[in-house]
Ligand binder design. Structure first.
Ligand code: 13P
Length: 399
């Protein structure tokens, strides 16, 4: 099952009056639980990786598993960087396979938030990737008691939301209307009137952070007022934590696999509950029919080198591998020699792009232009290049 364009996914939810869970995952148990719940509920889901959690796992290693899980799932999924703190982290996330990124600079003054978000949007557009901006400030820390982090929430202003969306071109907007990250005592009071007015002004999918702990009625009213993505983590972490506590009480063994047994089922139960509350259950088929699949493109160049030694070609290719891999939207750069070397073309580049849009943004990127005109083209007059979009891919059967 292909990944789905995250912009299309959120627009589908926005138009059809439901919300998609952006579930933060921190381990393979969480990943399998979220994907399993999406398949069971025939629901879309967003596999969300929060930069604030990167001290707990290796983002690059986790992304390999997340991508694999998404490709073999039967439910439509997107992969999102949650709380991305910089332009560099957005580029890294895109090049590792995220098709949505959040720019989390809402604590900065409005003009600086706008300028930094604009820069990420421009880069992400060239990669086909959706961008979530944030205005206002949702206090608290995911997975912790809210009263431990009592910072003042700053509510999103309607006028600023309008100006921000116009100027940045974000695809969805995280708003602060009274939710809090983390575990709450009592129920938060949400400003639905403010949300209604923001929705009327911006008319793009809205995002709620701090999704844990609201009532069914509150989720419904959020969705009725334009919320199409609800970020959710603390209750998942609590379900996992309670499972570990209960394992520790009921089992003698301290073995890791004994203590962590059942986490997947516990987290999955909570994700399924959210999918029912958010109205996303049973939406998979219509969403897949109406949204564009997220497909990588393989940029292939075969060439012969003129007037240079093989060692010089290898040096140029090694330099190219290093610099080209840093261009936004480049997933992987492979350079190599033909086997056997009597082939019509003796050398090749295989460069995987996240998305078709990267064909143009890569071509015009200053790093590519400097490499291509300064080093590569002068030695590779005899060459051919083709861009292929993925039609299908085989992988070994699952055991
Ligand atoms: P909760 O931890 O309160 O569910 O919020 C999650 C979140 O907003 C992640 O961005």
């Amino acid at each position: 099952m292909p990944l789905v364009d995250m912009r299309d996914m959120l627009n589908h939810a926005y138009r059809n009056g439901y919300a998609i869970g952006g579930f933060d995952l921190v381990s393979l148990d969480f990943l399998e639980a979220i994907v399993g719940a999406a398949e069971q509920c025939r629901s879309p889901a967003i596999l969300s990786l929060a930069q604030t959690h990167f001290e707990h796992y290796d983002f690059e290693l986790a992304m390999a598993a997340v991508e694999k899980a998404a490709h073999r799932a039967t439910a439509p999924l997107a992969i999102h960087l949650d709380h991305g703190g910089s332009y560099e982290s957005a580029v890294q996330a895109i090049n590792l396979g995220c098709n949505g990124v959040m720019v989390d600079v809402s604590h900065q003054p409005f003009p600086s938030n706008v300028a930094q978000t604009q820069r990420v949007v421009e880069m992400a557009r060239g990669c086909g990737v959706a961008v979530e901006g944030e205005l206002g400030y949702v206090s608290g820390v995911e997975g912790e008691d809210a009263e431990k982090h009592p910072g003042e929430a700053i509510y999103t202003s309607v006028a600023e939301a309008n100006a921000y969306v116009q100027r940045t071109g974000v695809d969805c907007l995280a708003v602060s209307v009274g939710t809090v990250h983390g575990r709450l005592r009592g129920r938060p009071r949400l400003d639905f009137e403010r949300l209604r007015r923001i929705n009327e002004a911006v008319r793009i999918p809205l995002v709620i952070h701090g999704g844990t702990g609201l009532s069914a009625m509150q989720y419904r009213k959020l969705i009725d007022n334009g919320v199409a993505k609800i970020n959710y983590y603390t209750a998942l972490a609590d379900a996992a934590g309670e499972q570990i506590r209960s394992n520790a009480k009921s089992r003698r063994s301290n073995a890791y696999t004994d203590l962590t047994q059942g986490i997947r089922t516990a987290v999955r139960g909570e994700v399924e509950r959210c999918m029912r509350l958010f109205g996303s259950t049973g939406r998979a088929a219509e969403l897949l029919a109406q949204c564009r699949p997220w497909l990588p493109v393989e940029h292939m160049i075969v060439f012969n080198a003129e007037d240079v030694s093989d060692a010089q070609v290898n040096g140029i290719m090694a330099h190219g591998c290093e610099v080209l891999a840093k261009i936004p939207g480049v997933r992987r750069v492979f350079a190599g020699g033909a086997v056997p070397d009597k082939a019509r073309y003796r050398f090749c580049w295989l460069i995987e792009f996240t998305h078709e849009r990267v064909i143009a943004s890569y071509r015009d990127h200053p790093v590519h232009m400097a490499f291509a005109s300064g080093l590569f083209r002068p030695i590779a007059g005899d060459r051919m290049s083709i861009d292929f979009v993925k039609a299908c891919a085989g992988s070994p059967p699952r055991s």
